[in-house]
Ligand binder design. Structure first.
Ligand code: BGC
Length: 352
């Protein structure tokens, strides 16, 4: 039934586009149906000169996010670098402000504006189907980035949509990043057990719990330890929603509550790790001596901290590789070439 609706919508779009003159940049109004003056110039089509312009709509879940800021800046500059005399990418980038209703409006606008391709960083992955359906019905190539909708949770409708030749996901497998975080602790001389009581006592600071990145990093960081035969104790597991201030608050509370018992602070991303680092210093603790701290993203500040020893390690979430792949795939789709359903970019371990 969804399919029938999609077909009707697709047809409606085709007719709507035909009625608008087929899009493609010609805004010449249709000649009036009534008796054109005999003197009307015959040729109204301008000479085919200048670059071919593609309109690309990019919807980011929230501009106020350290990692997605690096990502979108790189995405824009890479698109710009591809502009030349024959082709031009006219990119419109919008801020979803972490509000799915806002993002839905932005998607509707992209469709009415006749975008030739859409790059979508969903606010809510649970709303993926509705958003994807609209774009597919409008027959616009869709490149999903950073937040994999439901991933391997087996949601068939999502898998079905991905089978659509014009939809794909470009991202990194968050299981790998979680595993790398755990391995960084596992590979320490004391395997994370600072007080020698036979177990690694940790706190977990999670990103948005709806996001597979948060779910997998939480699960696989600990799994890397238990897989190595290490006993673990979770002192606390809190949601910090990817935000630095929340990371600081959660870590400060836990250090006040559990004191020296906290041996490892796992953060699902570097922004929260930066907050945790502030809390660790304020509590008079020293990373590398009486506590360990790991994040994900490899923000520049954090790479420096890893070098300085004020952070135990991080994992490079390759925003350059991911944004360039997203653009390359968009260009392929615009050229009418086949695209795959998934494009994966590797994470890389960063230690001192
Ligand atoms: C990054 C986080 C970011 C999130 C946004 C994750 O892959 O590691 O830093 O906040 O994406 O969805």
């Amino acid at each position: 039934m969804k399919k029938a609706l999609a077909t009707i919508l697709a047809l409606a779009m085709v007719f709507a586009l035909a009625a608008c003159g087929g899009g493609g940049g010609t805004t010449e109004p249709a000649p009036a149906a009534t008796t054109p003056a005999a003197t009307t110039p015959a040729a109204t089509t301008p000479a085919a000169s200048g670059p071919k312009t593609y309109k690309v709509g990019v919807a980011i879940y929230q501009f106020d996010d350290n990692f997605m800021t690096l990502y979108r800046n790189e995405l824009l500059s890479y698109f710009e670098s591809l502009n030349n005399d024959t082709v031009k990418y006219d990119v419109t980038i919008v801020d979803g402000k972490n509000d799915m209703a806002e993002q839905n409006n932005q998607i509707d606008n992209f469709i009415t504006q006749g975008m030739d391709a859409i790059i979508l960083n969903l606010v809510q992955t649970s709303s993926a189907d509705a958003a994807i359906d609209k774009i597919v019905a409008a027959n616009i190539p869709l490149i999903l980035i950073n937040r994999e909708p439901l991933g391997d949770n087996g949601d068939e409708s999502y898998k079905g949509i991905l089978d659509n030749a014009k939809v794909c996901y470009v991202g990194a497998d968050a299981r790998q990043s979680g595993t790398y975080q755990g391995e960084i602790i596992r590979d320490l001389a004391n395997k994370g057990d600072i007080n020698g009581d036979g177990k690694v006592s940790y706190i977990m600071i999670e990103g948005d719990p709806e996001n597979v990145d948060a779910q997998y990093r939480t699960e696989f960081s600990v799994k890397a330890l238990t897989d190595a035969g290490i006993t673990v104790e979770c002192l606390d597991d809190q949601i910090g929603n990817w935000a630095q201030a929340k990371g600081q608050e959660i870590c400060a509370n836990d250090l006040a509550k559990y004191g020296d018992a906290v041996e490892v602070v796992f953060c699902n991303n570097d922004a929260m790790a930066l907050g945790a680092a502030t809390a660790i210093t304020a509590a008079g603790r020293t990373v590398g001596q009486d506590i360990y701290l790991v994040g994900v993203d490899a923000l520049e500040e954090c790479q420096q901290m890893v070098k300085d020893g004020t952070m135990t390690g991080t994992v490079l979430n390759d925003h350059i590789g991911q944004s360039h792949t997203a653009v390359d795939v968009t260009v392929k789709a615009l050229n009418g070439e086949n695209i795959q359903n998934y494009y994966w970019v590797d994470y890389v371990k960063v230690t001192g």
